[in-house]
Write a protein that binds this ligand. Structure first.
Ligand code: E4P
Length: 221
C-alpha cells in the first residue's frame, strides 16, 4: 500500500520523505488555506520537493465544466507530477472524462459512496478518493464504501482507477484499508505518526537500554 501525505505543509512532507514514508501528496483548498499560502506557489514547491515520481494532487475551485477544464489545464502545467482533483458533481464527472481524454490525470474527490466511485471510474479517473473519516463523523461506517469500491474495481478490467483511502484519521482506518485492498492511503501527519506508536515499544526500548547500560557499568566497574 502506498502512503500519501494529506497536507500542504512542506515541513511535514520533508519529515515523511526522510522516514521513507511518502509516496505522494494530496492537498485540498482547506489544507492550502491552513498554510495561508497561494495554491500555485505551495503546489509547485511540494512538487519539486517530492520529485517527479511522486504524484501531488491539486484541487480545482471551479464547479462548471469549462472553468474546471481551464483550471485543470493550469494546474497540470505547474509540474509534471500534478494530479488534478475534481469533485464528484455532475459537471465534475463530465470534466473528468474531458481531462482524461486530454491526458490529464484526475483524482476524483469528495466521494462518499460506491455509486459515486463508479461514475468517476467510468469517466476514467486515475484515482477515486472515498472519504472515510467524514462518513464516520456522521455515524456511517466509512470503510464499508471502500470495501464495496474495491470489490467493484477488482471485478472489471475496464475500470482502472486506483483507490485512495482519504480522510484517514486513525491507525484502524489505515489497517482496514490494507485489508480491503485500497491501493493508497492518504493521511494527515498526525495519523502517520500514530502508526509508529505502541506503549510496549517504548517500555521495551527503555528496558533494553537500561539493562544494557547496567551491564556496561558492571563490566566497566
Ligand atoms: C483527500 O484527498 C482529502 O484531502 C482529505 O483526506 C480530507 O480529510 P479530512 O476529512 O480529514 O479533512
Amino acid at each position: 500500500m502506498k502512503f500519501f501525505l494529506d497536507t500542504a505543509n512542506v515541513e511535514q512532507i520533508r519529515q515523511a520523505l526522510d522516514w521513507g514514508l511518502c509516496d505522494g501528496v494530496t492537498t485540498n483548498p482547506s489544507l492550502v488555506a491552513k498554510e495561508g499560502r497561494n495554491m500555485e506557489e505551495a503546489v509547485k514547491e511540494i512538487c519539486e520537493l517530492v520529485g517527479p515520481d511522486r504524484p501531488v494532487s491539486a484541487e480545482v475551485i471551479a464547479v462548471e465544466h469549462d472553468e474546471i477544464i481551464a483550471e485543470a489545464q493550469e494546474r497540470a502545467a505547474w509540474a509534471e507530477n500534478v494530479v488534478v482533483k475534481i469533485p464528484l458533481i455532475p459537471e465534475g464527472v463530465k470534466a473528468i472524462k474531458t481531462c482524461t481524454d486530454m491526458g490529464i490525470p484526475i483524482n476524483a474527490t469528495l466521494i462518499f459512496s460506491c455509486g459515486q466511485a463508479l461514475l468517476a471510474a467510468k469517466a476514467g479517473a486515475a484515482y477515486v478518493s472515498p472519504f472515510v473519516g467524514r462518513q464516520d463523523d456522521i455515524g456511517y461506517d466509512g470503510m464499508k464504501s471502500v470495501e464495496q469500491i474495491a470489490q467493484m474495481l477488482y471485478m472489471y478490467d475496464d475500470l482502472n482507477s486506483e483507490i485512495i483511502l482519504a480522510s484517514a484519521r486513525t491507525v484502524e482506518h489505515v489497517i482496514r484499508g490494507t485489508q480491503c485492498g485500497a491501493h493508497i492511503c492518504t493521511m494527515g501527519f498526525d495519523t502517520l505518526k500514530q502508526l509508529f506508536k505502541h506503549p510496549l515499544t517504548d517500555i521495551g526500548l527503555d528496558r533494553f537500554l537500561s539493562d544494557y547500560r547496567a551491564l556496561q557499568e558492571k563490566l566497566g566497574g
